[in-house]
Design a protein around this ligand. Structure first.
Ligand code: BEZ
Ligand code: FE
Length: 293
């Protein structure tokens, strides 16, 4: 018997026999990954004792999930999201020093090359929805303003759709903006109040959620990606704490520190000052703290 063989396969020694075959792996990290995955997978199979039909069903689920993937539809990322794995990988890779803002999932709706806006611009390009003023500061962990930070923001509209999901209905770059902070680190822009929305749920992941008695919704949020020289990039959201799904986000993206206040303002002078036309607007103030590299 070769040194890397551990005998014939049995139910008892299945892990050792399979992982033993990987002894000559060229990539040590690949070997480590496959050893752990094999061990955990065999453990699950031994605990669950699936029938042949159940195992075939599992394989079919994975096949159908792969068949749904295109450049625009990433069903495996959704699977990772609803299993909490995306958030776990995000947490492991974004451990922040105390006081720095927390990260959360990127999601599939970020768009590159959005044109730079001027501070104060209204990123709602179709005048639909309830007016919203968003403002705050970009700070370092000592509370000092960060000049020259690039703030890339994107959100769903008041019906829960991103512009890229409604091409031809919403204008290009609707509810997206990129801003650059000045010396005081402050930012402000105008938009409309976002709404909760379902993650794409017409595929295998949506069916799985339904079978598990879970809904597919994400609570209303604004996405931010903030970059500045000398600081770790921050990918995060801020959330509406009054949203009906705030405690049951389908992808587990909510963190307590990311709850912002959406304050209703009905003062006519302030409404006029901001060039809004409705009887009220929502005011959201949120400061972000960046960690130094
Ligand atoms: C999002 O917030 O854009 C998102 C995140 C994960 C899955 C689907 C959507
Ligand atoms: Fe989103």
């Amino acid at each position: 018997m070769e040194a890397y063989e551990n005998g014939y396969f049995t139910e008892e020694n299945s892990v050792e026999v399979v992982t033993g075959r990987n002894k000559n792996a060229k990539d040590a990290r690949l070997k480590e990954v496959m050893d752990v995955v094999t061990r955990k997978l065999h453990e699950a199979v031994k605990e669950l004792e699936p029938t042949q039909e159940e195992w075939f069903q599992a394989i079919q689920f994975l096949s159908r999930t792969g068949q749904l993937c295109t450049e625009w539809r990433q069903e495996y990322i959704l699977l990772s999201d609803v299993l909490g794995v995306s958030m776990l990988v995000d947490a492991i890779n974004n451990r922040k020093p105390s006081g720095a803002s927390e990260s959360t999932v990127l999601g599939p709706f970020h768009v590159e090359d959005v044109p730079l806006s001027r501070m104060g611009d209204n990123i709602c390009r179709d005048q639909k929805g309830e007016d919203m003023l968003v403002h705050g500061r970009i700070l370092d962990t000592e509370g000092q303003p960060v000049e020259g930070a690039i703030i890339d923001v994107w959100q769903a509209n008041d019906e829960g759709f991103y512009d890229v999901q409604q091409k031809g209905i919403q204008p290009e770059f609707n509810l997206r903006g990129v801003f650059r902070t000045g010396a005081d680190g402050s930012y402000w822009f105008r938009a409309v109040k976002p709404r909760f929305y379902p993650i794409p749920d017409d595929g295998t992941v949506g069916k799985l959620l339904g079978n598990l008695g879970r809904h597919p919704f994400r609570p209303a949020h604004l996405h931010y990606m903030i970059k500045a020289d000398g600081f770790e990039p921050l990918t995060t959201h801020i959330f509406d704490p009054d949203d009906r799904y705030i405690n049951s986000d389908a992808v587990f993206g909510v963190k307590e520190s990311l709850l912002a206040e959406f304050r209703k303002v009905e003062t006519p002078a302030r409404i006029r000052e901001l060039d809004f036309t409705g009887p009220f607007f929502w005011e959201v103030e949120y400061d972000f703290v960046l960690a130094r590299t």
